[in-house]
Design a binder for this molecule. Structure first.
Ligand code: FE2
Length: 510
């Protein structure tokens, strides 16, 4: 693997003006905010897993045809504690840390009491979430850190539990046409019992004058009990259509007992996930306006999934596409000891990891189910069918996002690769099952972000933005702008500074 993925990143705190080739569309005004791990060792101590790295926030700002780049480490409580100690003192997903390594088992037991479920790290590395007019760096824990989207300064930490009873929440919310934010989480320690919780934050709830966050206006949509009481499903994302929320309760589960004793036993949180291949995958469909959960439950065989691709309604059915895996080995790929192997060894060892498969599921919502339609326990629908969309030997890596959701749902933009090394971005047509790619020698693009053009008619009227880094030190990093329809490059903005590989983000229109 290439060191550019796991070497320590550097900040570019002041905006750097990019050198342009091509022309940025005049309508493209705003900021692309990105997030991801960027610091993998502190002092003499190093993290074990790529998802443990300290969050580095990036921005590409488009203003009157010019592009400006800047980046800053998230000044989370975790970052401050680690840098003050000049070593890792806060436990992350794959790295267990003790504040004082010389402590004996009794001292560790005391530390355990204050480091169980309520005290996760606040190193929010996954995504940027908007609640109202407030922007947060987010991961999958109860803490989120508010940032200033212009300066990238960290404003301060918020705790979901100050507003709604949650221990974990996703970093992949959805936004409706009015700008309201929908998200869901897991309440392990709720007084009313463990459950999944779906909630909404209104778009106009921020009170900037009095510095009151939109989250204070959070609205509870519904709660769903766990399928297995002590083993809540792990979920990284969920689906949303015009009227429904789709929650896939998968067989990859959090072992609560193991989690609550992890610290004292010296087990990292990453080892508290267990995959039960003999269990089922349960689909929940929830009316997002009424909070009513559909009474009829559909299920299928066990699989592991992280990202929903898209979801929509058609002829009384909910249709949703997922990227699925045979097991949980994807996370293992990101252990730094695996990533540090040379490319050939990594290529060989990565063959044992489960390949991603893009699958479509169709669930009847407003359809009369007749016994006569049932053949051998399976309902056959004449109007729609669930089909395996794509199985590519080199596979999709974990990221896939759709075009203009207001229009059709045929085009998907994604990162693809032979192995973990992400070298191509692709536009996939889910109807024709064809795709076109962009790639360039020695270049590694980030997750493609679609921005619709004003007055878009077709779903792919707009541009694709991707931050690209290169192995070649003579090649400066650049922000790539593709025509989403043709996938041809229309501009690139090269920045003469360091840019690090990231995970997710969003575009803020000006
Ligand atoms: Fe994700």
């Amino acid at each position: 693997m290439e060191a550019i993925f796991y070497r320590n990143g550097k900040e570019t705190p002041e905006p750097v003006k990019a050198e342009l080739s091509g022309t940025i569309p005049s309508w493209l005004q705003g900021t692309l905010l990105r997030n991801g791990p960027g610091l993998f060792s502190i002092g003499e101590s190093s993290y074990n897993h790529w998802f443990d790295g300290m969050a580095l926030i990036h921005s590409f700002t488009f203003k009157d045809g010019e592009v400006y780049y800047r980046s800053k480490f998230l000044r989370s409580g975790t970052y401050k504690k680690n840098t003050a100690a000049n070593r890792i003192v806060v436990t992350e997903f794959g790295t267990l840390a003790y504040p004082e390594p010389s402590k004996n088992i009794f001292s560790k037991a005391f530390t355990y009491l204050i480091n169980t479920i309520p005290d996760f790290t606040d190193n929010n590395i996954i995504n940027i979430i908007r609640y109202g007019e407030d922007y947060y760096a987010s991961s999958e824990i109860n803490y989120i850190n508010q940032i200033n989207p212009s300066s990238l300064d960290t404003i301060g930490r918020s705790n979901y539990r100050d507003y709604i009873a949650l221990n974990l929440a996703t970093a992949h919310p959805h936004y409706d046409d009015e700008g309201n934010t929908y998200n869901m989480g897991t309440a392990i320690m709720a007084l009313t019992g463990p459950k999944y919780v779906i909630f909404r934050v209104p778009s106009i709830a921020s009170d900037k004058e009095n510095k009151r966050p939109a989250l204070r206006k959070v609205e509870h949509i519904c709660s769903i009990p766990f399928h297995s009481t002590l083993y809540p499903s792990y979920f990284h994302s969920f689906g949303m259509t015009e009227n429904y929320i789709i929650f896939v309760e998968q067989a990859l589960k959090l072992d609560i007992i193991r989690l609550t004793t992890a610290y004292i036993k010296g087990v990292s949180w990453g080892k508290c996930l267990k995959y039960d291949k003999d269990d089922i995958t349960l689909f929940h469909v929830i009316n997002r306006r009424t909070g009513k959960v559909a009474g009829t439950k559909f299920y299928t065989d066990a699989f592991v999934m992280f990202h929903h691709i898209n979801a929509y309604e058609e002829d009384g059915h909910v249709v949703f596409d997922l990227i699925t895996y045979e097991d949980n080995s994807l996370y293992d790929m990101f252990y730094l000891k695996n990533m540090r192997q040379d490319a050939e060894t990594f290529d060989k060892s990565s063959k044992v990891f489960s390949l991603p498969v893009c699958q479509r599921f169709v669930i009847p919502i407003d359809v009369d189910l007749k016994v006569s339609d049932c053949k051998g326990g399976v309902f056959i629908f004449s109007s729609l069918s669930a089909t395996l969309l794509l199985f590519l030997h080199w596979g999709f890596v974990c990221l896939a996002f759709v075009g203009n959701k207001k229009l059709n749902f045929q085009k998907v933009y994604t990162l693809i690769s032979h192995i973990l090394v992400l070298k191509q971005i692709a536009k996939v047509d889910t109807i024709t099952r064809t795709h076109i790619e962009w790639m360039e020698d020695e270049c590694y693009p980030s997750e493609p972000v679609f921005v619709a053009s004003p007055g878009a008619v077709d779903e792919d009227d707009g541009v694709i933005l991707s931050s690209v880094i290169s192995l070649n030190p003579k090649k400066t990093p650049f922000l790539l702008v593709l025509d989403a329809k043709t996938f041809k490059e229309i501009a690139r903005a090269s920045v003469n500074t360091t840019v690090h590989m990231d995970l997710h983000g969003l575009f803020i229109h000006q």
